[in-house]
Write a protein that binds this ligand. Structure first.
Ligand code: HAM
Length: 421
């Protein structure tokens, strides 16, 4: 006997209940995002590898360790997308979207791929929903994006969310900080893991991304980026905070929040649910004012974020919040003899056309077996079609909760089923 093929490590099967919740989140978030003026964009699940190397940064964990890279049959280097910002930026430039009214607000939903060590809340294939607003440097936009990110999670009823914000400044002020950080890190090289020690000279900010506890401890008294941010960027950050205060969104300042991508500038933020354990970031984002021009596009400042859908699902589960209830089965059509089957089929189709949820008995089972099936599927009613019913042009509607039965015309049945739903 051959071994069964199982799913790859770090991937998941979404069985109906979980898939229903996934789709519910996608749908409800879409409505929420649309209120803020976002429109959908769909980009490929794989892109040229260099897109991610250039935008996320060659020395980030994502590019160095986590990208699914492959060569296609013509030997071109490709990568499964590890995130959605770089593809959206590429599409923005490639399709001249700067011609649209600004900021151009786009959202996306889809699977991302990162070769990480799988654990609760961390997968190799996972769902993200993200939003990118391109073409404005207004601090009100930063606040609005943070409000959207936090607001959607709060709208699901998730309690004890923690919003962390920081500013990384522009490229100029960040240069001064990086010099100070390098000095600090070089003074304690032995306390950092190998990867981090190598990063000190190449890209010291990336030391903050390290998942090793000892490295995080060694960073405790590191210089804080906010202390090096120029006056202009400080004023920008102050304005962002004023807007957040105005709508009473609570946040904490986290001077270590530099996030794992090279493209961030100025405002960065994350929403966490601390009780979730190691993988407690539900969403994160920030400004990336240079990414579009660095990638050969126009000089367009931008900001965005993405949330991890599986982590939202874990958060909901951990707080026993049920946001989705499957619609009931309005009726189960039961037929007695082969002669009534076509009538049963026609009736089922008619009722579905009236937006009722209907199933019918299949495979010639007895009336008793069909009623049992209706019960199992928790149908509200059963609609019985036998010889008498066909002759009288009536249907027998049985309420499966009370056991009551009545004979109704097709139109009366529709009204009754609607009443009960
Ligand atoms: P990110 O912080 O890498 O940001 O990912 C956003 C969210 O995706 C995380 O907060 C987390 O909920 C989820 N996530 C990340 N990795 C995994 C994983 N391995 N398994 C399950 N969930 C995961 C970005 O991706 C940026 N592109 C966000 C952004 C948009 N910044 C600006 N615009």
């Amino acid at each position: 006997m051959s071994d069964k093929v199982t799913r790859p490590r770090g991937t998941q099967d979404f069985l109906p209940e979980k898939a229903e919740l996934l789709f519910f989140i996608n749908e409800s978030a879409t409505k929420f995002f649309q209120n803020y003026g976002y429109r959908p964009i769909v980009t490929p699940t794989f892109e040229k590898e260099e897109l991610f190397k250039r935008s996320i940064g060659a020395s980030t964990d994502i590019v160095q360790k986590e990208m699914y890279e492959f060569e296609d049959k013509a030997g071109r280097k490709m990568a499964l997308r590890p995130e959605g910002t770089a593809p959206v930026v590429r599409a923005f430039i490639e399709n001249n979207l700067q011609a649209l009214p600004k900021p151009v607000k786009l959202y996306y939903i889809g699977q991302m791929f990162r070769y990480e060590r799988p654990q609760a809340g961390r997968y190799r294939e996972f769902w993200q929903m993200g939003a990118e607003a391109i073409g404005s440097s207004d601090p009100a936009l930063d606040a609005e994006v943070i409000e959207l990110c936090y607001g959607y999670l709060a709208s699901l009823g998730i309690k004890d969310l923690v919003l962390k914000i920081n500013s990384m400044g522009c490229r100029d002020c960040r240069g001064n900080y990086i010099e100070e950080l390098k000095k600090f890190l070089s003074g304690k090289v032995s306390e950092f893991c190998n990867t981090c020690s190598q990063r000190i000279d190449i890209n010291p900010l990336r030391v903050f991304d390290c998942k090793q506890e000892s490295c995080q401890e060694a960073l405790n008294d590191s210089p804080k980026i906010l202390d090096y941010v120029c006056d202009k960027d400080k004023a920008h950050f102050e304005r962002v905070r004023t807007f957040l205060d105005a709508v009473e969104i609570n946040y904490t300042l986290d001077p270590h929040l530099v996030r794992g991508f090279d493209y961030y500038t100025k405002t960065t933020f994350e929403v966490l649910l601390p009780t979730l354990g190691a993988q407690n970031a539900l969403s994160g984002g920030g400004r990336y004012d240079y990414l579009i021009s660095d990638y050969g596009g126009p000089q367009e400042p931008a900001i965005g974020f993405a949330f991890g859908t599986e982590r939202i699902m874990l958060a909901l589960e951990s707080q026993n919040i049920s946001v989705f209830t499957r619609p009931d089965l309005d009726t189960f059509v039961v037929w007695l003899e082969e002669e009534q089957k076509t009538q049963a089929y026609k009736t089922t189709s008619y009722l579905r056309d009236k937006h009722l949820n209907v199933l019918m008995g299949l495979d010639g089972k007895s009336m008793k077996a069909q009623l049992k099936m209706a019960d199992k599927l928790q149908a509200r009613t059963a609609l019985i079609i036998g010889e008498d019913e066909v002759k009288a042009k009536l249907l027998t509607l049985k309420d499966l909760e009370t056991g009551e039965q009545e004979k109704l015309s097709l139109e009366q049945t529709v009204d009754k089923l609607r009443e009960k739903s």
